[in-house]
Ligand binder design. Sequence first.
Ligand code: SF4
Length: 476
Amino acid sequence: MIKLTCIGHDTEFEINNIIHLFEPYMEGEYDLQSTLEGNEASAKLLKVGVVLYECTRQVEPADNEIKLKKNRKLVLKEAVYDVLYQLTGKQMPWGMLTGIRPTKIVHDYQKQGMSDKVLRARLKDVYRISDAKIDLMMEVAKAEEEILEKNQKDEISLYIGIPFCPTRCVYCSFTAYSLEAKRNQVESYLDALCKEITFIAEAKKDHPIRSLYIGGGTPTSLNEAQLERLLKHIKASFNLENVGEYTIEAGRPDTITREKLEIMKAMDVGRISINPQSMNQKTLDTIGRHHTVEDIIEVFNIARELGHDNINMDIILGLPGEGVVEVRHTLEELKKLGPENITVHTMAIKRASRLKEQQDDYQLAEATKIEQMLDISQRACRAMGLAPYYMYRQKNMLGNFENVGYAKPGYECVYNVEIMEESESIIAAGAGAITKMVYQNGERIDRIANVKSLEDYIGRIDEMIERKREGFEKYR
Ligand code: SF4
């Protein structure tokens, strides 16, 4: 437990984030003083009034106030990181980086013309990032760059949200309603959603569409007729021949049927996700998934038989009760299936999840084990011919690690990269969906949010459309 006092600055939030990284490795009570005095930043760690460790750093000069502010923050964090490192002897794999988009730093420095050699040194010496994570960042940033440099002027991407799931997973914090409770509202939801899609198609008819992504919830929670209705409406609204990538996150295998896979194929969906999370039956039962491992294999094989040739599979490291053995098993099973994409998530304990409420009831892996699992999954994906192409981090991830998307060359998901790098506008439809209008190469981003509640979205759809209309006008 650390009591923080900030003197001469207001970087408390960022410094607290650094403290949280070290908390699992500390015992006892400490006082931490973080001080900015002129061009000197210092951190002092005390126990019952006695100074244990102390660090002082000089603020790098800058030619404008914004850069100078950034430099001050950086050294304040650096000094705190270093005293906590001295106390715990723990180097964090991501150093003092707490943001959710690690590759953004790489892109920013590269835009300033920094060479890879200088950039690597900066990531290591200033941010304290490990060599392995720097290698990963550089590789992913390069893959992202290859996708982003193909963005065309005025191009947009689309997101369509289906906020239903058969049951709620224990770790879920998304806008996802249990179908059991909301089944009788699905048709009204589709009425509203189709209305919003019609508006977007008309308003954005002159914009090329780089990627279209239907996510959720679980889009295949819709029954066959509902799914067909939605996909037919999309096909009638947009010229799909000009859509670069069309994905449905089919998601949970217990919602996927042969007929739904046929509908998706017939409606020109090019990429689907079949997300096992784990190939261990005991884990699937624990996390609240009402299907078997055999179901996953069966739907995957049907998808292949029907010609789905770009399939993603999500897995989660650190699921309750899972260790290295279980993760290895999951990856061996995926290898037999041979998907084009594997997305490896590290478990995050999200505030709105059941897992957070009942955390003490579940056995979760420690940071060192997660690190091993990440290493195993990276090796396994590479052995399957998949390379990392996008990456992000979340708050409260076990061990403070990362999520990484792997793909066979040419099968990288454009939408995933667009949403992470915020380099072009993403127009989003559905309950809780947030449209991001991107300008000036990502320098300015404006958001237009839809209401989250299902009932409000259905009842206030005209207002949501009006919000978009005004937003599109204003942010022209
Ligand atoms: S499938 Fe995804 S959205 Fe649905 S309950 Fe599980 S984690 Fe949440």
